[in-house]
Design a protein around this ligand. Structure first.
Ligand SMILES: O=P(O)(O)O[C@H]1O[C@H](CO)[C@@H](O)[C@H]1O
Ligand SMILES: O=c1cc[nH]c(=O)[nH]1
Length: 291
């Protein structure tokens, strides 16, 4: 007999919706746009030809609709990989767990998840208002390390080299490196986005090497990261969700990619004058690539 997932482990609300996202099975499209900023959900949905449903709980706002006859759901994740743990596990449960029997379905579904975010550049020539497709993600957050089989989905060689080169502080969680979905990279490549390796940090300030009043544990860390090379790869940018999306999607059998508008250049010390039009154009490009 297959395992029944207990009420305490997968919480289903009285109306049949999943605990945090408040979505019910069937309300989710196979193509999902993830955005950090709840306000960005409206911008994505403004491109839809038809809006089917809207749900909202805490920062988890979502809209399902159609764009050029393809069904999409846009979900706000809020900030951070701890939120991604909630969002990706609940999105997976909505399609791969039978909410009546509380058992994992025999036939598993694979979703497409594309994150559209904002990010800070770690390379001088990666300018603000450009858009970057993350071929790999490096998680400084440690989320994937809580799951069995993390070693089966990571780029172990990259990980080892990176830790050695950084002289990684053992007080920090061990970084993990995961690739984007090759199928989604192919679909998104038509836009000629810049390509790179993205670090997801568990904070915006110290964990991304920013000093306001508090000194950080390694003052050289951003220079070391910018100068690091592994094969053809250099590390291009910081944000806060991509690693966990890539890692959990790989473990669960979903496709994931991230494209970010670069809004700050940490090397050149510049900040975008107005990144909203860049995000708007980026949203249309991503929707067109998936429709
Ligand atoms: O613009 P979003 O998608 O939220 O992405 C970036 O912006 C937030 C920090 O300001 C973090 O979530 C980071 O990943
Ligand atoms: O520098 C930046 C800009 C946006 N988002 C981040 O996480 N970092």
């Amino acid at each position: 007999m297959e395992h029944r997932i207990e009420e305490s482990e997968l919480i289903i609300n009285k109306d049949g919706s999943v605990f945090h996202l408040h979505l019910k099975p069937g309300e989710l499209a196979d193509n999902i746009i993830l955005v950090g900023d709840p306000g960005r959900v409206r911008t994505v949905a403004s491109f839809f030809d038809h809006i089917e449903l809207e749900r909202s709980n805490r920062e988890f706002i979502s809209v399902t609709g159609t764009y050029k006859q393809t069904r999409f759901t846009v979900v706000a994740t809020g900030i951070g990989t701890d939120n991604i743990d909630i969002v990706v596990n609940e999105l997976d449960a909505l399609v791969n767990v039978d909410f009546e029997t509380r058992k994992v379905k025999q036939q598993l579904k694979s979703l497409n998840m594309v994150r559209i975010g904002t990010s800070g550049s770690l390379q001088h020539d990666l300018s603000v208002d450009s858009c970057l497709l993350s071929h790999k993600a490096i998680g400084f957050d440690g989320l994937l390390n809580f799951y069995e089989n993390r070693n089966k989905v990571v780029d172990m060689e990259f990980e080892q080299h990176f830790k050695e080169a950084m002289q990684w502080n053992p007080l920090l969680t061990s970084p993990y490196v995961v690739d984007a979905s090759p199928q989604l990279l192919k679909k998104l490549a038509q836009n000629e986005f810049l390509e790179g390796v993205t670090i997801s940090a568990p904070g915006f300030y110290g964990p991304q090497g920013r000093v306001i009043r508090l000194p950080i544990q390694d003052k050289e860390i951003n220079d070391k990261i910018s100068n690091f090379r592994h094969k053809q790869h250099s590390i291009t940018n910081y944000e806060m969700e991509c690693s966990a999306i890539y890692g959990l999607c790989k473990l669960l059998g979903h496709n994931a990619a991230t494209v970010c508008a670069i809004i700050a250049n940490r090397k050149a010390r510049t900040y975008s004058k107005d990144y909203k039009p860049v995000i708007k154009k980026l949203i249309k490009q991503v929707l067109d690539s998936l429709a």
